[in-house]
Design a protein around this ligand. Structure first.
Ligand code: ZN
Length: 561
Protein backbone atom coordinates (compact mmCIF):
# COMPACT_ATOMS: atom_id res chain seq x y z
CA UNK A 1 0.00 0.00 0.00
CA UNK A 2 1.37 3.40 -0.89
CA UNK A 3 1.16 6.32 1.52
CA UNK A 4 0.67 9.80 0.18
CA UNK A 5 1.21 13.04 2.05
CA UNK A 6 0.88 16.61 0.85
CA UNK A 7 2.41 19.70 2.46
CA UNK A 8 0.26 22.42 0.94
CA UNK A 9 0.87 26.08 0.26
CA UNK A 10 4.03 26.46 2.36
CA UNK A 11 6.68 29.12 1.86
CA UNK A 12 9.31 26.81 0.39
CA UNK A 13 13.09 27.35 0.66
CA UNK A 14 14.84 24.83 -1.58
CA UNK A 15 18.07 26.46 -2.78
CA UNK A 16 19.28 23.38 -4.66
CA UNK A 17 16.28 23.87 -6.95
CA UNK A 18 16.41 27.67 -6.88
CA UNK A 19 13.18 28.03 -4.88
CA UNK A 20 13.34 31.09 -2.63
CA UNK A 21 10.29 31.39 -0.42
CA UNK A 22 7.66 30.74 -3.11
CA UNK A 23 4.30 29.26 -2.13
CA UNK A 24 4.41 25.60 -3.23
CA UNK A 25 3.00 22.20 -2.49
CA UNK A 26 5.35 19.36 -1.62
CA UNK A 27 4.10 15.82 -2.26
CA UNK A 28 5.52 12.71 -0.67
CA UNK A 29 4.90 9.10 -1.62
CA UNK A 30 6.48 6.16 0.17
CA UNK A 31 9.23 8.21 1.77
CA UNK A 32 10.28 10.10 -1.37
CA UNK A 33 9.42 13.48 -2.82
CA UNK A 34 7.18 13.09 -5.87
CA UNK A 35 5.73 15.48 -8.40
CA UNK A 36 2.21 16.65 -7.50
CA UNK A 37 1.02 15.99 -11.03
CA UNK A 38 -1.38 13.15 -11.47
CA UNK A 39 -1.24 11.91 -7.86
CA UNK A 40 -4.52 10.49 -6.58
CA UNK A 41 -5.10 13.00 -3.79
CA UNK A 42 -8.16 11.41 -2.26
CA UNK A 43 -7.19 9.79 1.03
CA UNK A 44 -3.84 11.59 1.22
CA UNK A 45 -2.66 12.93 4.56
CA UNK A 46 -2.52 16.74 4.35
CA UNK A 47 -0.45 19.28 6.26
CA UNK A 48 -1.74 22.80 5.67
CA UNK A 49 1.50 24.80 5.63
CA UNK A 50 -0.08 28.17 4.84
CA UNK A 51 2.08 30.81 6.52
CA UNK A 52 4.74 28.24 7.45
CA UNK A 53 8.31 27.90 6.19
CA UNK A 54 9.19 24.60 4.49
CA UNK A 55 12.79 23.41 4.11
CA UNK A 56 14.55 20.11 3.52
CA UNK A 57 15.68 18.39 6.74
CA UNK A 58 18.94 19.74 8.18
CA UNK A 59 22.21 18.07 7.13
CA UNK A 60 25.10 18.41 9.60
CA UNK A 61 28.50 18.01 7.96
CA UNK A 62 30.60 17.73 11.12
CA UNK A 63 29.64 16.56 14.61
CA UNK A 64 31.20 14.13 17.11
CA UNK A 65 28.27 12.02 18.22
CA UNK A 66 29.31 8.39 18.39
CA UNK A 67 32.08 5.89 18.91
CA UNK A 68 35.02 5.47 21.18
CA UNK A 69 35.88 9.18 21.52
CA UNK A 70 32.32 10.33 22.20
CA UNK A 71 31.89 7.45 24.62
CA UNK A 72 35.13 8.30 26.42
CA UNK A 73 33.75 11.83 26.78
CA UNK A 74 30.57 10.44 28.37
CA UNK A 75 32.49 8.26 30.83
CA UNK A 76 35.01 10.98 31.57
CA UNK A 77 32.40 13.61 32.49
CA UNK A 78 29.82 12.34 34.98
CA UNK A 79 29.24 16.00 35.89
CA UNK A 80 27.95 16.48 32.35
CA UNK A 81 25.08 14.04 32.98
CA UNK A 82 23.79 15.48 36.22
CA UNK A 83 20.85 17.88 35.71
CA UNK A 84 20.59 16.86 32.06
CA UNK A 85 18.29 13.88 32.21
CA UNK A 86 15.45 12.97 29.91
CA UNK A 87 13.04 10.38 31.23
CA UNK A 88 11.50 7.62 29.17
CA UNK A 89 8.32 8.91 27.56
CA UNK A 90 5.22 7.81 25.70
CA UNK A 91 5.05 8.90 22.09
CA UNK A 92 1.92 10.48 20.70
CA UNK A 93 1.80 8.64 17.37
CA UNK A 94 0.79 5.00 17.50
CA UNK A 95 3.05 2.40 15.95
CA UNK A 96 1.78 -0.19 13.49
CA UNK A 97 -0.92 -2.30 15.09
CA UNK A 98 -2.00 0.60 17.28
CA UNK A 99 0.76 0.05 19.85
CA UNK A 100 1.94 3.08 21.75
CA UNK A 101 5.64 3.70 21.23
CA UNK A 102 7.96 4.81 23.96
CA UNK A 103 10.98 7.05 23.76
CA UNK A 104 14.08 5.97 25.61
CA UNK A 105 15.63 7.83 28.52
CA UNK A 106 18.97 9.56 28.15
CA UNK A 107 21.46 11.84 29.84
CA UNK A 108 24.16 14.33 28.96
CA UNK A 109 24.56 17.96 28.00
CA UNK A 110 27.69 18.19 25.85
CA UNK A 111 27.96 14.40 25.47
CA UNK A 112 24.39 13.09 25.17
CA UNK A 113 23.72 9.38 24.97
CA UNK A 114 22.83 7.78 21.63
CA UNK A 115 19.03 7.96 21.69
CA UNK A 116 18.99 11.43 23.19
CA UNK A 117 21.35 12.64 20.43
CA UNK A 118 18.93 11.38 17.78
CA UNK A 119 15.95 12.99 19.52
CA UNK A 120 17.65 16.36 20.04
CA UNK A 121 18.73 16.58 16.41
CA UNK A 122 15.28 15.60 15.14
CA UNK A 123 13.55 18.07 17.45
CA UNK A 124 15.73 20.77 15.88
CA UNK A 125 14.75 19.71 12.34
CA UNK A 126 17.96 17.88 11.44
CA UNK A 127 17.67 14.49 9.76
CA UNK A 128 21.22 13.71 8.55
CA UNK A 129 24.44 13.98 10.60
CA UNK A 130 28.02 13.05 9.79
CA UNK A 131 30.15 11.63 12.62
CA UNK A 132 33.31 13.63 12.05
CA UNK A 133 36.16 11.32 13.05
CA UNK A 134 36.57 7.66 13.77
CA UNK A 135 39.85 5.75 13.87
CA UNK A 136 39.55 2.75 11.55
CA UNK A 137 40.39 0.32 14.34
CA UNK A 138 37.38 1.39 16.43
CA UNK A 139 34.87 1.86 13.59
CA UNK A 140 32.87 -1.15 14.78
CA UNK A 141 32.04 0.65 18.02
CA UNK A 142 31.00 3.76 16.09
CA UNK A 143 28.64 1.71 13.94
CA UNK A 144 27.12 0.05 17.00
CA UNK A 145 26.35 3.45 18.46
CA UNK A 146 25.05 4.89 15.19
CA UNK A 147 22.73 1.92 14.83
CA UNK A 148 21.47 2.79 18.31
CA UNK A 149 20.85 6.42 17.33
CA UNK A 150 17.34 6.82 15.91
CA UNK A 151 15.83 9.54 13.71
CA UNK A 152 18.98 10.30 11.67
CA UNK A 153 20.77 9.13 8.58
CA UNK A 154 24.47 9.08 9.35
CA UNK A 155 27.92 8.50 7.96
CA UNK A 156 31.40 8.17 9.44
CA UNK A 157 34.60 9.95 8.43
CA UNK A 158 37.65 7.71 8.79
CA UNK A 159 40.91 9.26 10.08
CA UNK A 160 43.87 8.61 7.77
CA UNK A 161 46.30 11.50 8.28
CA UNK A 162 48.71 9.58 10.55
CA UNK A 163 48.24 6.07 9.17
CA UNK A 164 51.45 4.03 9.02
CA UNK A 165 50.52 2.05 5.91
CA UNK A 166 49.71 5.23 3.98
CA UNK A 167 52.85 7.04 5.16
CA UNK A 168 54.98 4.01 4.16
CA UNK A 169 53.44 4.10 0.67
CA UNK A 170 54.14 7.84 0.36
CA UNK A 171 57.74 7.37 1.46
CA UNK A 172 58.22 4.56 -1.08
CA UNK A 173 56.60 6.54 -3.91
CA UNK A 174 53.73 4.02 -4.18
CA UNK A 175 50.68 6.20 -4.35
CA UNK A 176 48.61 3.69 -6.37
CA UNK A 177 49.16 1.23 -3.53
CA UNK A 178 48.03 3.90 -1.06
CA UNK A 179 44.94 4.46 -3.23
CA UNK A 180 43.99 0.78 -3.18
CA UNK A 181 44.60 0.65 0.56
CA UNK A 182 42.32 3.66 1.17
CA UNK A 183 39.59 2.04 -0.95
CA UNK A 184 39.97 -1.18 1.03
CA UNK A 185 40.01 0.73 4.34
CA UNK A 186 36.81 2.68 3.59
CA UNK A 187 35.07 -0.55 2.62
CA UNK A 188 36.43 -2.47 5.63
CA UNK A 189 35.34 0.23 8.09
CA UNK A 190 32.13 1.11 6.19
CA UNK A 191 33.26 4.71 6.24
CA UNK A 192 31.92 7.59 4.22
CA UNK A 193 34.90 9.89 3.68
CA UNK A 194 38.61 10.48 4.15
CA UNK A 195 39.30 12.48 7.33
CA UNK A 196 42.71 14.01 7.98
CA UNK A 197 43.57 15.29 11.46
CA UNK A 198 46.83 17.14 12.13
CA UNK A 199 48.66 15.16 9.41
CA UNK A 200 51.90 13.78 10.82
CA UNK A 201 51.47 15.70 14.07
CA UNK A 202 49.57 12.97 15.89
CA UNK A 203 52.29 10.48 14.96
CA UNK A 204 55.00 12.87 16.14
CA UNK A 205 53.10 13.33 19.42
CA UNK A 206 53.85 9.69 20.14
CA UNK A 207 57.46 10.94 20.40
CA UNK A 208 56.43 13.96 22.49
CA UNK A 209 56.55 16.28 19.48
CA UNK A 210 54.25 17.82 16.86
CA UNK A 211 54.50 19.38 13.41
CA UNK A 212 54.30 23.15 12.91
CA UNK A 213 54.91 23.57 9.18
CA UNK A 214 53.64 21.74 6.11
CA UNK A 215 57.16 20.57 5.26
CA UNK A 216 58.14 19.30 8.72
CA UNK A 217 59.14 15.66 8.86
CA UNK A 218 57.07 12.89 10.37
CA UNK A 219 59.45 11.03 12.69
CA UNK A 220 60.40 7.60 11.40
CA UNK A 221 58.68 8.01 8.04
CA UNK A 222 60.48 10.87 6.33
CA UNK A 223 57.24 12.20 4.87
CA UNK A 224 55.61 15.60 5.41
CA UNK A 225 52.13 16.91 6.24
CA UNK A 226 52.02 18.40 2.73
CA UNK A 227 52.65 15.01 1.12
CA UNK A 228 49.98 13.36 3.27
CA UNK A 229 47.42 16.03 2.34
CA UNK A 230 48.13 16.09 -1.38
CA UNK A 231 48.34 12.29 -1.70
CA UNK A 232 44.99 11.81 0.03
CA UNK A 233 43.45 14.55 -2.11
CA UNK A 234 44.68 12.75 -5.23
CA UNK A 235 43.31 9.45 -3.90
CA UNK A 236 39.95 11.07 -3.14
CA UNK A 237 39.66 12.17 -6.78
CA UNK A 238 40.92 8.84 -8.14
CA UNK A 239 38.30 6.91 -6.16
CA UNK A 240 35.53 9.33 -7.10
CA UNK A 241 34.35 9.52 -3.50
CA UNK A 242 31.10 11.44 -2.99
CA UNK A 243 32.63 13.80 -0.39
CA UNK A 244 35.94 15.67 -0.65
CA UNK A 245 38.87 15.15 1.77
CA UNK A 246 37.72 16.48 5.13
CA UNK A 247 40.60 18.32 6.75
CA UNK A 248 41.54 19.35 10.26
CA UNK A 249 44.95 20.81 9.45
CA UNK A 250 48.09 21.52 11.42
CA UNK A 251 48.43 24.04 14.29
CA UNK A 252 44.80 23.99 15.45
CA UNK A 253 44.27 26.54 18.21
CA UNK A 254 47.72 28.16 17.87
CA UNK A 255 48.27 31.90 17.51
CA UNK A 256 49.42 32.69 14.00
CA UNK A 257 47.88 29.58 12.43
CA UNK A 258 46.02 31.68 9.83
CA UNK A 259 49.25 31.60 7.82
CA UNK A 260 49.54 27.79 7.78
CA UNK A 261 45.82 27.55 7.02
CA UNK A 262 46.22 29.73 3.92
CA UNK A 263 49.30 27.68 2.95
CA UNK A 264 47.25 24.51 3.36
CA UNK A 265 44.58 25.87 1.02
CA UNK A 266 47.24 26.77 -1.52
CA UNK A 267 48.92 23.36 -1.22
CA UNK A 268 45.88 21.71 -2.84
CA UNK A 269 46.56 23.50 -6.15
CA UNK A 270 42.92 23.52 -7.18
CA UNK A 271 41.91 20.07 -5.90
CA UNK A 272 38.67 20.10 -3.93
CA UNK A 273 38.74 19.82 -0.14
CA UNK A 274 36.84 20.85 2.98
CA UNK A 275 38.39 22.45 6.08
CA UNK A 276 36.40 21.78 9.22
CA UNK A 277 35.89 24.12 12.20
CA UNK A 278 37.80 26.89 10.43
CA UNK A 279 37.44 29.20 13.44
CA UNK A 280 40.10 27.19 15.27
CA UNK A 281 42.47 27.72 12.30
CA UNK A 282 42.00 31.47 11.77
CA UNK A 283 44.20 33.04 14.42
CA UNK A 284 46.57 35.90 13.74
CA UNK A 285 49.34 37.21 15.95
CA UNK A 286 52.68 35.58 16.62
CA UNK A 287 53.09 31.92 17.65
CA UNK A 288 53.10 31.64 21.43
CA UNK A 289 51.70 35.16 21.87
CA UNK A 290 48.15 36.42 22.45
CA UNK A 291 45.91 35.40 19.60
CA UNK A 292 44.38 37.95 17.29
CA UNK A 293 41.85 37.57 14.55
CA UNK A 294 43.17 36.11 11.32
CA UNK A 295 39.64 35.80 9.94
CA UNK A 296 40.05 38.41 7.20
CA UNK A 297 43.15 36.70 5.79
CA UNK A 298 41.58 33.23 5.91
CA UNK A 299 38.19 34.40 4.58
CA UNK A 300 39.99 36.02 1.64
CA UNK A 301 41.74 32.73 0.83
CA UNK A 302 38.41 30.88 1.00
CA UNK A 303 36.72 33.50 -1.19
CA UNK A 304 39.48 33.16 -3.79
CA UNK A 305 39.82 29.37 -3.81
CA UNK A 306 36.57 28.05 -5.21
CA UNK A 307 37.77 24.46 -4.70
CA UNK A 308 37.39 24.84 -0.91
CA UNK A 309 34.41 24.58 1.39
CA UNK A 310 34.57 25.12 5.15
CA UNK A 311 32.49 24.81 8.26
CA UNK A 312 32.95 27.30 11.06
CA UNK A 313 32.93 25.54 14.44
CA UNK A 314 31.30 28.51 16.15
CA UNK A 315 32.12 28.92 19.85
CA UNK A 316 29.10 28.80 22.16
CA UNK A 317 29.64 30.43 25.54
CA UNK A 318 29.19 27.80 28.24
CA UNK A 319 30.13 24.16 28.71
CA UNK A 320 31.84 22.14 25.98
CA UNK A 321 33.85 18.94 25.76
CA UNK A 322 36.81 18.95 23.42
CA UNK A 323 37.46 15.58 21.80
CA UNK A 324 39.75 15.08 18.86
CA UNK A 325 42.30 12.79 17.28
CA UNK A 326 44.69 15.73 17.62
CA UNK A 327 46.59 14.30 20.61
CA UNK A 328 49.15 17.10 21.07
CA UNK A 329 46.41 19.73 20.96
CA UNK A 330 44.59 18.05 23.83
CA UNK A 331 47.73 18.02 25.95
CA UNK A 332 48.16 21.73 25.18
CA UNK A 333 44.55 22.47 26.21
CA UNK A 334 45.03 20.51 29.42
CA UNK A 335 48.15 22.58 30.22
CA UNK A 336 46.34 25.80 29.35
CA UNK A 337 43.19 25.17 31.39
CA UNK A 338 44.33 22.78 34.11
CA UNK A 339 41.25 20.68 33.27
CA UNK A 340 41.36 16.89 33.35
CA UNK A 341 42.81 15.19 30.28
CA UNK A 342 42.43 11.85 28.61
CA UNK A 343 45.01 10.73 26.04
CA UNK A 344 44.67 7.87 23.60
CA UNK A 345 46.91 6.01 21.18
CA UNK A 346 45.31 3.95 18.41
CA UNK A 347 48.17 1.68 17.29
CA UNK A 348 49.57 2.56 13.88
CA UNK A 349 46.59 4.68 12.93
CA UNK A 350 46.11 7.77 15.07
CA UNK A 351 45.71 9.04 18.63
CA UNK A 352 43.38 11.37 20.45
CA UNK A 353 42.24 12.99 23.63
CA UNK A 354 39.40 14.54 25.61
CA UNK A 355 39.48 17.73 27.74
CA UNK A 356 36.41 19.48 29.23
CA UNK A 357 36.11 23.18 28.44
CA UNK A 358 34.16 26.21 29.61
CA UNK A 359 33.98 29.13 27.16
CA UNK A 360 33.44 32.43 28.94
CA UNK A 361 32.25 35.74 27.50
CA UNK A 362 34.65 37.67 29.70
CA UNK A 363 37.69 35.52 28.90
CA UNK A 364 39.72 37.35 26.26
CA UNK A 365 40.75 34.27 24.28
CA UNK A 366 37.22 32.78 24.31
CA UNK A 367 35.70 36.13 23.33
CA UNK A 368 38.17 36.37 20.42
CA UNK A 369 37.28 32.83 19.33
CA UNK A 370 33.57 33.72 19.37
CA UNK A 371 34.20 36.82 17.33
CA UNK A 372 36.46 35.06 14.82
CA UNK A 373 33.71 32.51 14.13
CA UNK A 374 31.22 35.29 13.50
CA UNK A 375 33.70 37.11 11.26
CA UNK A 376 34.20 34.00 9.12
CA UNK A 377 30.46 33.55 8.63
CA UNK A 378 30.10 37.20 7.67
CA UNK A 379 33.26 37.66 5.55
CA UNK A 380 33.00 34.51 3.43
CA UNK A 381 30.78 35.63 0.60
CA UNK A 382 29.40 32.39 -0.85
CA UNK A 383 26.99 30.56 1.50
CA UNK A 384 27.46 27.41 -0.64
CA UNK A 385 30.99 27.19 0.77
CA UNK A 386 30.63 28.03 4.49
CA UNK A 387 28.52 25.85 6.78
CA UNK A 388 27.05 26.00 10.25
CA UNK A 389 28.72 23.77 12.85
CA UNK A 390 29.88 24.03 16.44
CA UNK A 391 32.22 21.08 15.94
CA UNK A 392 29.95 19.49 18.55
CA UNK A 393 30.89 19.16 21.37
CA UNK A 394 34.26 20.90 20.88
CA UNK A 395 33.08 24.50 20.47
CA UNK A 396 29.66 23.87 22.04
CA UNK A 397 26.64 21.57 21.78
CA UNK A 398 24.88 21.18 18.41
CA UNK A 399 21.52 22.19 19.89
CA UNK A 400 22.76 25.79 19.88
CA UNK A 401 22.50 25.96 16.07
CA UNK A 402 19.23 27.97 16.34
CA UNK A 403 21.09 30.45 18.53
CA UNK A 404 23.83 30.83 15.89
CA UNK A 405 21.17 31.25 13.19
CA UNK A 406 19.72 34.13 15.18
CA UNK A 407 23.17 35.72 15.47
CA UNK A 408 23.53 35.50 11.68
CA UNK A 409 20.04 36.69 10.78
CA UNK A 410 19.61 39.47 13.33
CA UNK A 411 22.35 42.11 13.45
CA UNK A 412 20.79 43.93 16.41
CA UNK A 413 20.92 40.76 18.46
CA UNK A 414 24.50 40.17 17.30
CA UNK A 415 25.47 43.68 18.36
CA UNK A 416 23.86 43.05 21.76
CA UNK A 417 25.88 39.86 22.32
CA UNK A 418 29.04 41.61 21.06
CA UNK A 419 28.52 44.25 23.75
CA UNK A 420 28.71 41.56 26.43
CA UNK A 421 32.08 40.04 25.51
CA UNK A 422 35.52 40.96 26.82
CA UNK A 423 36.14 44.64 25.91
CA UNK A 424 39.57 44.02 24.43
CA UNK A 425 38.17 41.39 22.08
CA UNK A 426 35.45 43.82 21.04
CA UNK A 427 38.03 46.49 20.33
CA UNK A 428 40.04 44.04 18.26
CA UNK A 429 37.13 43.44 15.91
CA UNK A 430 38.34 43.69 12.32
CA UNK A 431 38.52 47.31 11.33
CA UNK A 432 38.52 47.44 7.52
CA UNK A 433 35.75 44.84 7.28
CA UNK A 434 33.88 46.01 10.34
CA UNK A 435 30.89 47.38 8.45
CA UNK A 436 30.30 44.02 6.79
CA UNK A 437 30.67 42.13 10.07
CA UNK A 438 28.28 44.49 11.80
CA UNK A 439 25.69 44.82 9.05
CA UNK A 440 25.35 41.61 7.06
CA UNK A 441 22.25 39.55 7.78
CA UNK A 442 21.70 36.07 6.43
CA UNK A 443 18.37 35.46 4.68
CA UNK A 444 16.22 32.35 5.18
CA UNK A 445 17.42 31.20 1.75
CA UNK A 446 21.05 31.50 2.87
CA UNK A 447 20.30 29.71 6.15
CA UNK A 448 18.79 26.88 4.11
CA UNK A 449 22.07 26.70 2.18
CA UNK A 450 24.46 26.68 5.16
CA UNK A 451 22.39 24.13 7.11
CA UNK A 452 21.21 21.67 4.42
CA UNK A 453 21.55 22.43 0.68
CA UNK A 454 25.25 23.33 0.75
CA UNK A 455 26.27 20.58 3.15
CA UNK A 456 24.35 17.90 1.23
CA UNK A 457 25.94 19.08 -2.01
CA UNK A 458 29.54 18.91 -0.81
CA UNK A 459 28.86 15.60 0.93
CA UNK A 460 27.71 14.28 -2.45
CA UNK A 461 24.33 13.27 -0.99
CA UNK A 462 22.14 13.53 -4.06
CA UNK A 463 18.92 12.63 -2.24
CA UNK A 464 19.44 15.01 0.68
CA UNK A 465 19.24 18.73 1.26
CA UNK A 466 16.58 19.42 -1.37
CA UNK A 467 12.90 18.87 -2.15
CA UNK A 468 13.12 17.92 -5.81
CA UNK A 469 11.50 14.77 -7.21
CA UNK A 470 13.31 11.66 -5.97
CA UNK A 471 14.77 13.26 -2.85
CA UNK A 472 14.40 11.51 0.50
CA UNK A 473 11.30 12.98 2.13
CA UNK A 474 13.14 14.55 5.06
CA UNK A 475 11.31 17.84 5.56
CA UNK A 476 11.21 20.48 8.29
CA UNK A 477 8.36 22.98 8.66
CA UNK A 478 8.80 26.07 10.81
CA UNK A 479 6.51 28.84 12.00
CA UNK A 480 7.92 32.06 10.52
CA UNK A 481 8.76 33.86 13.77
CA UNK A 482 10.66 37.11 14.27
CA UNK A 483 12.77 35.39 16.91
CA UNK A 484 14.84 33.10 14.69
CA UNK A 485 16.26 31.14 17.61
CA UNK A 486 12.76 30.22 18.75
CA UNK A 487 11.74 29.51 15.15
CA UNK A 488 14.60 27.08 14.43
CA UNK A 489 14.64 25.48 17.89
CA UNK A 490 11.03 24.30 17.74
CA UNK A 491 9.88 23.27 14.26
CA UNK A 492 6.15 22.78 13.82
CA UNK A 493 6.71 19.53 11.95
CA UNK A 494 9.68 17.33 11.12
CA UNK A 495 9.26 14.50 8.62
CA UNK A 496 11.76 11.67 8.29
CA UNK A 497 11.34 9.48 5.21
CA UNK A 498 7.87 10.94 4.80
CA UNK A 499 6.62 10.27 8.34
CA UNK A 500 5.85 12.98 10.87
CA UNK A 501 8.32 12.37 13.72
CA UNK A 502 8.17 15.75 15.48
CA UNK A 503 5.12 17.97 15.99
CA UNK A 504 5.32 21.38 17.70
CA UNK A 505 8.90 20.70 18.73
CA UNK A 506 7.95 17.41 20.44
CA UNK A 507 9.02 13.97 19.38
CA UNK A 508 5.93 11.98 18.39
CA UNK A 509 7.38 8.96 16.63
CA UNK A 510 10.69 7.12 16.69
CA UNK A 511 12.22 5.79 13.50
CA UNK A 512 15.55 4.17 12.77
CA UNK A 513 17.89 6.01 10.40
CA UNK A 514 20.31 4.55 7.88
CA UNK A 515 24.09 4.53 7.92
CA UNK A 516 25.49 5.76 4.61
CA UNK A 517 28.84 4.40 3.46
CA UNK A 518 31.01 3.96 0.39
CA UNK A 519 32.55 0.82 -1.05
CA UNK A 520 35.06 1.94 -3.69
CA UNK A 521 36.55 -0.77 -5.89
CA UNK A 522 40.26 -1.63 -5.66
CA UNK A 523 42.82 -4.13 -6.87
CA UNK A 524 42.37 -7.06 -4.49
CA UNK A 525 46.07 -7.85 -4.93
CA UNK A 526 46.62 -5.24 -2.23
CA UNK A 527 45.16 -7.50 0.43
CA UNK A 528 48.29 -9.71 0.71
CA UNK A 529 50.33 -6.60 1.55
CA UNK A 530 47.78 -5.39 4.08
CA UNK A 531 47.65 -8.83 5.68
CA UNK A 532 51.42 -8.84 6.06
CA UNK A 533 51.27 -5.34 7.57
CA UNK A 534 48.69 -6.57 10.09
CA UNK A 535 50.81 -9.57 11.03
CA UNK A 536 53.82 -7.32 11.61
CA UNK A 537 52.23 -4.43 13.47
CA UNK A 538 48.61 -4.89 14.64
CA UNK A 539 47.21 -6.44 17.81
CA UNK A 540 44.18 -7.55 15.78
CA UNK A 541 44.12 -10.10 12.97
CA UNK A 542 43.47 -8.95 9.44
CA UNK A 543 40.45 -11.27 9.15
CA UNK A 544 38.84 -9.82 12.29
CA UNK A 545 39.28 -6.21 11.28
CA UNK A 546 36.53 -5.41 8.75
CA UNK A 547 33.15 -4.38 10.16
CA UNK A 548 30.68 -7.16 9.29
CA UNK A 549 27.39 -6.34 7.56
CA UNK A 550 25.50 -7.46 10.68
CA UNK A 551 26.62 -4.28 12.44
CA UNK A 552 24.66 -2.14 9.98
CA UNK A 553 21.15 -3.56 9.62
CA UNK A 554 19.95 -0.14 8.40
CA UNK A 555 22.35 1.06 5.74
CA UNK A 556 22.72 2.42 2.23
CA UNK A 557 25.77 2.33 -0.03
CA UNK A 558 26.38 5.70 -1.67
CA UNK A 559 27.94 5.20 -5.12
CA UNK A 560 31.34 6.55 -6.14
CA UNK A 561 31.54 8.31 -9.49
ZN1 ZN B 1 35.65 17.99 14.79
Amino acid sequence: MTTLLGILNGEVYDPQNGINGEARDVWIEDGKIVSGEGVERAGAEIIDATGLVVMPGGVDIHSHIAGSKANSGRKFRPEDHRDHVRARGTLASPLEGGLRGVSRSGVGYTTPTTHLTGYLYAEMGYTTVMEAATAPLVARHTHEELEDMPMLDKGVFITMGNNHFIMNCIRDGEREKARDYVAWLLGATKGYAIKIVNPGGVENWKWGQNVGELDDEVIGFGVTPRQILTTLAWINDELGLPHVPHIHGINLGQSGNARTTVETIEAFEGRRAHICHLQFFSYGGEPGRMLRSGAAQVARAVNENLNFTVDVGQIIFGEATTMTSDGPLQYHLHELTGNKWLNDDVEGETGGGVVPMLYKRKNLINAMQWLIGMELFLLIDDPWRVFLTTDHPNAGPFFYYPHVIKLLMDRDYRAEVLEGIHPRARKGALLPEKAKVLNREYSLYEIAIITRAGTARVLGLKNKGHLGVGADADVTIYANLDDKEEMFAHPRYVLKDGEVVVRDGQLVRERPGRTLYVAPSYDSGIEADIRAHFERTYTIAFDNYPVQDEYLPHCEVVPCS
